[in-house]
Design a protein around this ligand. Structure first.
Ligand code: PMP
Length: 323
């Protein structure tokens, strides 16, 4: 779907996957005016296909558009575009286990010019790719690197938007994490370099027995839809759930005195991933016994059961797509 100044959205088309031709002076290549979303379509027990909270993805896409001075796509147009693609590609929606069809809606500037200003033309696209179970040999805890040198996002910046620049800014820290033998980077706040924000592509949860805490939306972390859903699911299951501030010292101390029993990360791709160990330039520790915890696995099963249609959907999160 195209957007042109003075004309709005027009020319919705369903076309075979193919390369795009881009002008060398396309503004996106230079000024990164680009946003995206990630959501999944799941095969339901009756053979139909449904996606998980696509309205929430559509609304976050609108929020990202506002932050990047881009036009907002109506929620129903966003969902209709996903639905048109899923109808076409229905055969590609897997039926086994945790597999799904990953949908990637995105929008970028298409105007040609070298001046730094919002583009007058945009293109919105959706592509899809079948996604197998994230863990092939059973759930495996990840090791994380606390990034003290680099920050992903600062107050007033674009951290709460899903825009390419945030991910470009994170690549060097992710490479450092790998260099230190860790799987993922954990970001701290930009001002004090003390408060836990999020992981490279997932939000974090800290489990203290029956009490579960996730870092509050500081303005510089992505408001994850899995994070938001777990606030409700955990409460439904009887846990005490809160959003709050958690510092590196809190994490270390809770681990030492045994009050912190589990840490996990959550996001669309991996659903829920236990965090097994932590490393930084100054310290390193194993989270509890380093194994997937009972609360982590219980929440993971509860969320997957809703997404795959095996459990009731008390919050009305599943939306039929391309039935
Ligand atoms: N933080 C970042 C930086 C991400 O890229 C993602 C993945 N979209 C998340 C958190 C988790 O968000 P969600 O649960 O909506 O997938």
């Amino acid at each position: 779907i195209k957007w042109t100044e003075g004309r709005g959205w027009h020319d919705a088309q369903l076309v075979p996957y193919a390369p795009l031709s881009i002008d060398p002076a396309n503004m996106t290549l230079h000024y990164a005016q680009t946003i995206f979303e990630g959501l999944k379509a799941y095969r339901q027990p009756d053979g139909s296909v449904a996606s998980f909270r696509p309205e929430a993805n559509a609304e976050r896409f609108q929020a990202s558009a506002r932050r990047l001075a881009m036009p907002e796509l109506p929620v129903e147009t966003f969902i209709a575009a996903c639905e048109a693609l899923v109808r076409q590609d229905k055969a590609w929606v897997p039926s086994e286990g945790e597999a799904s069809l990953y949908l990637r809606p995105f929008m970028f500037a298409t105007e040609v010019g070298l001046g730094v200003r919002p583009s007058n033309e945009y293109l919105f696209l959706v592509i899809a790719s079948p996604a197998g179970a994230y863990f092939s040999g059973g759930v495996k805890p990840v090791s994380v690197w606390l990034s003290e040198e680099y920050v992903r996002a600062a107050p007033g910046g674009t951290g709460a938007a899903k825009t390419g620049g945030n991910y470009a800014a994170s690549l060097v820290a992710q490479a450092q994490a790998i260099g230190h033998g860790c799987d993922q980077v954990v970001w701290l706040d930009a001002i004090e370099r003390r408060w836990i924000e999020e992981m490279g592509g997932m939000n974090l949860y800290f489990v203290y027995g029956d009490r579960i805490v996730t870092p509050e939306l500081s303005g510089s972390l992505l408001p994850g839809i899995t994070r938001d859903s777990l606030l409700s699911i955990a409460a439904d299951l009887g846990y005490e759930v809160a959003e709050g501030r958690i510092s590196v010292e809190d994490w270390k101390r809770g681990n030492e005195d045994g009050t912190l029993t589990e840490v996990f990360a959550c996001g669309t791709a991996a659903v829920i991933t236990p965090v097994g160990s932590v490393k930084s330039t100054r310290a390193g520790w194993t989270v509890a016994d380093g194994q997937p915890g009972a609360v982590t696995m219980r929440l993971r099963a509860a969320l997957l059961d809703i997404q795959s249609g095996r459990a009731a959907d008390p919050h009305g999160w599943m939306r039929p797509l391309g039935a």
